[in-house]
Design a protein around this ligand. Structure first.
Ligand SMILES: [Zn+2]
Ligand SMILES: [Zn+2]
Length: 310
């Protein structure tokens, strides 16, 4: 692992950032209809919302029709509470795939996802960077960068892509901040690339944030590699699997293996304040996450902020 802290010092924080809390929210499945998610997010007290604009696990299914996407955009713009919308890209996309047909499908699917995210006015499209599947990191990295450039330059979208850190299983790429930084560097530091940081993936990849000092070190390493200005969204999930297990398995907050204190130190960190924070877990009361999950996350955040108050 290359997630070793590079510096134990505190990252300096602006006063303005200290004052603004994180925008807690949810990932919701469209279910009965894409536009219903805003009402459900509002009922849960969410300030941000993440959705798929097309099926997460299939290439073939048609994306949501344009009128639905526009309706969702209108609902978010009119919402008194939800102020940030994010989209998550289809899971099947693998820009690094050795198989040419899979790579081509992935690029096309990413462009369709970008078009959907653009249509709903999303602040970013969260994407798992990919898996080189034995081809080696360098080869996979160049494939990802080519795919990102091709997709971002395609005429149908203008939404930014947020590369998500991964749990690190198999040949997945983006398991450390230095890997994410290298992809962004190879893409010429394209301004349309940001990063989404997932707490479960971080834990599973073996990065310790169990205390304020440890989380400070994680944030300092992020700043020294990727740069904090690229951090645009947070996924706030507990883990079904142990520390360092490299598996991507989300648990409801407080019901997994990360531990309440680490969750507090994570979400309470001063440098995360002001960012959209999406809960992508099963709900504490079953189904999608809801008010109980947002309320619990808010209590973690409140206690977490006090860890850094001194
Ligand atoms: Zn995530
Ligand atoms: Zn995940």
């Amino acid at each position: 692992m290359t997630l070793l802290p590079t510096s134990p010092e505190r990252v300096p924080t602006s006063a303005a950032q200290h004052r603004q809390p994180v925008l807690l929210g949810l990932h919701l499945r469209a279910g009965a209809g894409l536009s219903t998610v805003v009402g459900r997010a509002e009922a849960a007290g969410a300030r941000c919302l993440q959705v798929f604009t097309q099926s997460p696990r299939s290439w073939g299914r048609a994306p949501q029709p344009p009128e639905r996407l526009l309706e969702l955009r209108g609902r978010v713009e009119a919402s008194p509470t939800v102020s940030v919308l994010l989209c998550h890209a289809t899971y099947l996309i693998n820009l690094a795939a050795p198989d040419h047909a899979v790579r081509t499908n992935s690029r096309r699917c990413l462009v369709a996802n970008l078009a959907g995210a653009t249509a709903v006015g999303a602040a970013g499209l969260v994407l798992h960077p990919g898996s080189h599947r034995g081809a080696g990191w360098e080869t996979g990295g160049h494939r990802i960068v080519d795919g990102l450039r091709w997709s971002l330059d395609a005429p149908r979208g203008s939404c930014d892509i947020l590369l998500e850190n991964t749990a690190g299983g198999g040949d997945t790429m983006g398991r450390s901040f230095s890997e994410l930084a290298r992809l962004i560097e190879w893409a010429g530091f394209d301004e349309r690339l940001g990063v989404c940081l997932d707490s479960q993936h971080l834990f599973a990849a073996g990065a310790d944030f169990a205390s304020a000092a440890a989380m400070d070190a994680v944030i300092a390493e992020f700043d020294a590699t990727v740069g904090l200005r690229r951090l645009r969204a947070i996924h706030f999930n507990d883990s079904h699997v142990p520390f360092g297990s490299q598996r991507d398995r989300h648990a409801s907050l407080g019901l997994g293996m990360i531990g309440a204190e680490a969750l507090r130190c994570f979400v309470g960190h001063p440098r995360l304040q002001g960012l959209p924070v999406v809960i992508e877990t099963p709900g504490r009361q079953g189904g999608d996450p809801g008010r109980a999950d947002v309320d619990y996350a808010r209590s973690l955040r409140g206690a977490g902020r006090r860890r850094y108050a001194a």
